[in-house]
Unconditional design. Sequence first.
Length: 193
Amino acid sequence: MSGLIRCICCGANYTISGKDYYRCAGQKERGTCGNRVSVRKEPLEAATLAVLQEHLLTENHVRLFIEEFEHEMQRLGQDAGMEHAAQHRLKQVTTELDNLYQNLLAGIASPVLRAMIAERKAEKERLETQRVATITRKPIVVSLPDPVLVDRFRSKVAALRQSLDDGTIRTEAAAVMLTLIESVPICPDAPRP
């Protein structure tokens, strides 16, 4: 939440103060703000995530999630189509090389034939290298029905806290959170009569 929490009185950021609290930097560091409200870190983060979750679970966001998922599946399908075309070309190049070698064995050893063999060998090597790279990173393309995607979206939104606590994806999850939250304003309560 660092850099997102702002003092409504002076506009300064709230910064960590002690182990578990945020305080207005304008008051704490510069003494230019009268806001002495300290906020505990854990409840503030939990409340912010709860508001974010509530705002994410709308029909528009669910629809956007489904559209983005389907767009990514189309892109992966196009990659599979390009892979198929590359495999087809690899078969063609292999056949052409076999024919060129047959001509070489038949005694037709011209400089043009040798150049053609060298070109086809280089293309075959490039296509085979490409194929191996594609196989090692080949994603599994799965098409899910809308209700399954809606459930997946809701479970991901519900698991925001766990995502932020998971060390393997914490940095990525925090970066996404920063794009979703503009600011968290802190306002001291008005004096009560």
